[in-house]
Design a binder for this molecule. Structure first.
Ligand code: ATR
Length: 273
């Protein structure tokens, strides 16, 4: 039996068990994937417990993605660059950390808009939190020529830009300029928590965004955020955030179970409900 799990706090609403257990069943594997609630003060002992119980690995979610890095024996280049680990493989008691969020973001776009070229033009990224770091990493790795990084707290955008793959390709834009900077962009990505159930709405005017620009939101609850609804009405191609969650899970599953799983329409539907 290959044991895996996700650790976080809170963890009750995580969709990861549903995704991984779907693939375990689909591939007829002898495995299990649980959600394990681990509070910040118990992170080290919680992980030790998983090692002692012979877990093959685990996912890491809020609030441990950064702090878990210090507990890993190896952290791969992508995770180091992003500054966060979301996947750990346990090998001979050693913890190997990686980050699959950038992959998840890119694969979500690729699967829903295969015709889209990341090199097509500038990308406007709203937000500079953990998710933004992965999105910017993925975009730069896939040839985005220019990124306009827009964040309420400018200092955070500056730190992100300075430490990213290609600082010369990232320009920092004031939050109040977010509607104006859309002129000529090939893609708009919301990585802020605005628009999420229970959060304030994202207020942005899409009038200047070229009609052929892609609009995507990493918020997936609700699936169709106000941003995506307005973008769709304006004629933009839209991509919801649920696919990033599904695709980021694929390399983790592959690392533990040795099978690269696919995102079927059935799985996508299951995760949305
Ligand atoms: P995650 O790891 O999911 O990206 P995070 O690190 O908490 O989450 O980042 C949340 C992002 O949403 C940040 O960019 C945050 O802006 P600040 O850096 O200024 O905090 C943004 N955000 C949250 N609430 C916001 C609001 N009311 N207005 C503008 N931006 C907001």
């Amino acid at each position: 039996m290959i044991k895996t799990c996700v650790i976080g706090h809170p963890i009750l609403h995580s969709k990861s068990p549903l995704i991984h257990n779907y693939w375990i069943k689909e591939h007829g594997l002898d495995g299990s994937y649980k959600a394990v609630d681990v509070a910040c003060e118990n992170l080290e002992s919680g992980i030790r417990d998983l090692v002692e119980k012979n877990y093959r690995g685990f996912n890491v979610t809020i609030p441990h993605k950064e702090s878990v890095m210090n507990l890993c024996d190896d952290v791969d280049e992508t995770a180091q660059q992003i500054g966060a680990v979301n996947t750990v493989v346990i090998e001979g008691g050693r913890l190997k950390g990686s980050n699959t969020d950038a992959f998840g973001f890119i694969e979500n776009i690729r699967s829903h808009a295969p015709e889209f070229s990341f090199a097509a033009g500038s990308v406007v990224v709203l937000g500079s939190g953990g998710a933004a770091k992965a999105v910017v990493h993925g975009l730069l790795e896939h040839g985005a020529p220019e990124i306009f990084l827009v964040n309420r707290t400018k200092e955070k955008a500056l730190i992100l830009a300075e430490s990213c793959l290609a600082p010369d390709k990232v320009s920092i834009i004031d939050w109040d300029e977010r509607s104006k900077i859309l002129e000529g962009a090939a893609m708009l990505v919301n990585t802020t928590s605005l628009g999420m159930d229970g959060q304030a709405a994202l207020s942005i005017d899409l009038a200047l965004l070229p009609r052929d620009a892609l609009v995507t939101d990493i918020v997936y609850a609700p699936l169709h955020t106000e941003l995506l609804k307005v973008a769709k009405n304006n004629g933009h191609k839209i991509i919801t955030g649920i696919g990033m969650l599904l695709h980021q899970a694929r390399p983790a599953f592959n690392a533990w179970y040795g099978v690269m799983p696919e995102v079927s329409a059935e799985l996508e539907k299951m995760v949305q409900s």
